[in-house]
Design a binder for this molecule. Sequence first.
Ligand code: FMN
Length: 355
Amino acid sequence: MLDYETFKKVLFKLDPETAHHAAEFSLKVLPYIPFLNEYMKRRNFITDAKLSQQIFGLTFPNPVGLGAGFDKNATMIKAMPALGFGYTEIGTMTPRPQAGNPKPRLFRHVEERSIQNAMGFNNEGAYAVVKNLDKVYPFNIPVGANVGKNKATPTEHTLSDYKTLINKFKDISDYLVINISSPNTPNLRDLQNEEFIAELFTMAKELTKKPILLKIAPDMEAQVAIDLCKTAVENGAAGIIATNTTVDYSLVSNPKEIGGISGAVLADKSYELFKAIAQELFGKTILISVGGIADANEAYRRLKAGASLVQSLSGLIFEGPSMVKNINEGLMELMKKDGYNNIQEVIGSDLEAKN
Ligand SMILES: Cc1cc2nc3c(=O)[nH]c(=O)nc-3n(C[C@H](O)[C@H](O)[C@H](O)COP(=O)(O)O)c2cc1C
């Protein structure tokens, strides 16, 4: 098969959004080419019992999931095992369809193995995405539904957008994620306050027993993030996903003045905030780490800091279809070297060592 480095040379000649459409098209058709789909699945999908976990009553065959934003309309779920992912997160979906921000709105920082995006929740809207989900239900791996408010929804009606979204997706997803951490919807990050979070999760638990997680931004003081996450958990959140993209433009040499940055340059910032949150909340809720993860060492660092699961998005763009397999195989090697028999022993081991 064509190796990814060669393929990438062509892909990276295209503008990033066109390249994404090409990738999306390939992944949409892959399940209809059974021999190739099966070949890739056999090669990439690691199902070793050492990596498998039961979380939220679901089986996660391995801890590496696709971060929200790649499969915004739930059109690629069936192909995810062929890329090795143990679970996937679709969205962000909004109640009504939304075009997103004007183009160009997606940029590569190739040398820095990083991405900058100002997409602005472009998606087909909840109604259409539910139809897409129906077509592939029951799912082959756990599927999270990441939801956010429409840009046009006035702030005072925000709660009603989230209510609509939870009601739409509660019966057709395995877990839900409240996204109030995208930098690309005006004032969205202002919702990262304790009052709104308490109100939101209080409402949410009246609507469903499905696990609902909160996804947070990396651009805040650790103590502020900890307090927000505690408030979410006290009011019924089933977990925390940290982090979304950063607006710290100093991390790349040629930043655009819009959007959020992800990929390698985000790794340390994301890790530090994740670790600070884990020090307070590990054992009390499920923690998912995302931001700059593209290899086994980085994934292992997050697991040891308390992540039950990790996610990656930008890494996939730079590393290609073997990334998840390499992470999972690398994790098993690291576990063997350190004498761990299964992933549960790894998770939080850095924190336990300190206590
Ligand atoms: C092009 C792009 C689109 C994204 N869209 C979303 C989104 O719709 N919702 C969301 O919660 N996060 C979104 N993200 C953030 C990712 O899910 C992830 O939190 C972030 O990119 C850090 O992970 P990474 O370094 O592995 O990419 C997006 C990221 C990128 C690069």
